[in-house]
Design a protein around this ligand. Structure first.
Ligand code: K7E
Ligand code: CUA
Length: 646
């Protein structure tokens, strides 16, 4: 109870000392003001949580630039509705229009953020997606078999050798019909290492480590001296299968699992591991055909820790740790015990020494458990209540969020002393420092992503968007600068300096490189082709007309494919397409791109289609008609633009 009292007192003090005076407030306003026409200094990519997507912000302004569709259908662009993008959402369970995304992470080279790709996990039907930061488009999604609640994901190693995906829920592997009460000892947790090809970025599941049936909550790669290792927090080492709030809180300590992936990789490269039958989808978007394909893969390589002695260890960590964070030097591994009064920090050097000296406290399912004291680097004493996540700056400081006491606490690595604390409004989850999860954090700003918004904005009915808060961390004390609303539930975010991404950002798709099988590259290439009851319309769009814009000969029962090519070759000139009664979304077609909307007319008549994106002074003139005749009619297929169909 003493702990509770102290923590709340300090939280309240911090809150009071933060009250804004007039002069201070205007000084703060300058720090976040980005004048009209000027650019932000940082990109921030916030996970969309239950929106399934990723949102792009600028810092320090907190302005939202874009929502990138990833795991959810997105009518704004037609993602997941157009024929080309539907395969992106294919899984071994069929087409899934939604996902729950948590942890974006940007690709790295030599331990530094390189801005090529950003990866993000889907929890519910386990998947990892890759977004190309040239186009800000989702270009690859790989399903993760043998996994459930894909939460300790998607974090990359320091040369993006792997994007790693750990299971939160253990399950029967392979899946089968069995009593739930037989969980203990029978369910397993799969930790998946997905390789990323250096040049292309192509993903493939290299191997899965089949761990005991705990919950693998969060993870981070080693870096620098600990490069080659990966660390996962666990909870429910009790292996409870019901009422986890009680039954998974029994053990005084759970574990951080330390995985020497280099060692397992070597074993696998020499033919180690077992191919297990399974099925999972691998979906790839081709930038030249502007089309995704989905391939079902039928087996996955699995490795049991017992096959590779010396590759997997458990580090005892108090009380159901959530966050698992590694400092920029790679020496310190922070475990945030949700129910612990203190923060536990492990030492990588001590861990290696303990392994070397074979000093074990016991074992769990054959995996050696190290002595808590042998691997402990230090403890941050009673910094707050309900620690969740930790990030680092470039000056040897760590910043930990506390959900219950609703604050961010800054503390020093090595001395473990608390330097500063600032309240968050309210109940913070993750926090992000640009360049986080790398050897070179980019300091300056930190933002907290809060779970409860309550009184921060004008009310919007029972539901409020979550609120993020931006802090200046360039000085000794943190300074709250800005509140900004987010979209969905941004658990975590990745952020980096804007320059690299800005320079590489693609302006158009080159029409000459368009390899879409139904592309029409000029008004002269347009046509309407009947193939049984399928009708393919090769259509073009350019300011300010569609070609063709009069189409006849469609009959009830036909399936009409509008393949629309945007002939524009100017930056930021998309055209839209929608036809009355279509039961998908519009298309939004980028310059040089081809996209397809399917329409199955249900009524006889003459139906208009039009451009949905205000593209020129004559945008309202971008329209056309398509005539639908009865099924038994003999209206011939005809099309035109600029003259009547005779
Ligand atoms: Cu703490 Cu999914 Cu990383 Cu939410 S998780 S906060
Ligand atoms: Cu094209 Cu409006």
């Amino acid at each position: 109870m003493v702990t509770v009292f102290i923590a709340f007192t300090s939280c309240n003090n911090a809150s009071k000392s933060n009250s804004k005076s007039g002069a201070l407030a205007s000084n703060i306003a300058e720090k976040v003001y980005v004048a009209p026409g000027e650019y932000d200094e940082f990109y921030a990519f916030l996970s969309g949580g239950y929106s399934g997507n990723l949102t792009v912000y600028g810092l320090p302004s907190g302005r939202m630039f874009k929502e990138i569709p990833v795991f959810s259908q997105f009518p704004t662009s037609g993602y997941g509705y157009s024929e080309e993008t539907k395969p992106m959402l294919n899984t071994s369970h069929g087409f899934i229009p939604w996902g729950d995304s948590h942890h974006p992470d940007i690709s790295q080279t030599n331990g530094e953020i390189d801005g090529r790709f950003i990866f993000i996990n889907e929890n519910n039907t386990p998947r990892i997606a890759k977004i190309d930061l040239k186009t800000f488009e989702t270009t690859e999604i790989i399903e993760v078999p043998n996994s459930a609640g894909n939460h300790s994901s998607s974090f990359v190693t320091e040369n993006t050798e792997y994007v790693v995906a750990g299971t939160r829920f253990s399950v029967p592997i392979p899946q089968r019909d069995m009593p739930i009460k037989d969980y203990k000892g029978n369910f397993k947790g799969a930790l998946s290492f997905i390789s990323v090809a250096p040049e292309t970025g192509d993903m493939a599941i290299k191997f899965q480590v089949l761990m005991p049936g705990f919950n693998y909550d969060l993870s981070h790669p080693g870096r620098g001296k600990s490069h080659g290792w990966f660390f996962f927090t666990t909870y429910n080492t009790e292996e409870a299968n019901t009422l986890l709030e009680v039954n998974a809180s029994q053990n005084d300590k759970d574990f951080i699992a330390a995985i020497n992936w280099k060692k397992i990789e070597e074993y696998v490269n020499n033919g180690g591991g077992t191919m297990m039958p399974t099925d999972y989808a691998h979906n790839v978007y081709d930038e030249h055909t502007h089309t995704a394909t989905s391939t079902m893969i039928k087996e996955v390589r699995v490795v049991n820790p017992s096959e590779v002695p010396g590759a997997v260890f458990f580090l005892p960590t108090p009380k159901s740790p959530h966050g698992c964070d590694v400092d920029p030097s790679g020496e310190y591994i922070v475990g945030n015990g949700k129910l612990s009064a203190n923060l536990t920090v492990h030492s990588f050097t001590k861990m290696l020494a303990a392994i070397e000296g074979k000093k074990f406290a016991g074992e769990a399912y054959g995996i050696p458990i190290l002595n808590f004291e042998d691997v402990l680097a230090g403890v941050v004493n009673q910094p707050g209540l309900g620690p969740l996540h930790t990030e680092f700056d470039d000056k040897g400081n760590a910043y930990t969020t506390f959900f219950i006491s609703s604050e961010v606490v800054k503390w020093k690595l090595g001395t473990w002393e608390v330097i500063d604390r600032k309240p968050t409004y309210y109940s913070v989850g993750h926090l992000t420092i640009p360049g986080g999860n790398s050897r070179k954090p980019q300091g300056k700003y930190m933002f907290a992503m809060n779970k409860i918004t309550k009184d921060r904005y004008l009310p919007t009915g029972p539901e409020m968007e979550h609120s993020a808060q931006l802090y200046d961390i360039s000085g000794e004390k943190m300074e709250l600068l800005l509140d900004f609303p987010t979209h969905g539930e941004p658990h975590y975010a990745a952020a980096m300096r804007a320059d690299i991404i800005k320079e590489n950002s693609q302006k158009i798709y080159n029409l000459a490189d368009n390899k879409h099988p139904y592309a029409a590259k000029s008004d002269g290439d347009t046509k309407v082709v009947r193939d049984g009851s399928n009708v393919h319309i090769y259509m073009t769009t350019i300011r300010s007309h569609f070609s063709p814009d009069n189409i006849e000969g469609i009959k009830l029962g036909d399936k009409v494919y509008f393949h629309v090519t945007n002939l524009e070759q100017d930056f930021d000139v998309p055209h839209g397409f929608a036809v009355l009664g279509q039961n998908t979304s519009e298309l939004l077609i980028m310059p040089g791109q081809t996209k397809t909307s399917v329409w199955e007319p249900t009524k006889v008549g003459v139906w208009p289609f039009y451009c949905t994106d205000f593209c020129s002074a004559l945008h309202q003139e971008m329209q056309g008609y398509i005539r639908v005749s009865p099924a038994n009619s003999d209206t011939p297929i005809k099309w035109s633009m600029g003259e009547d169909i005779e």
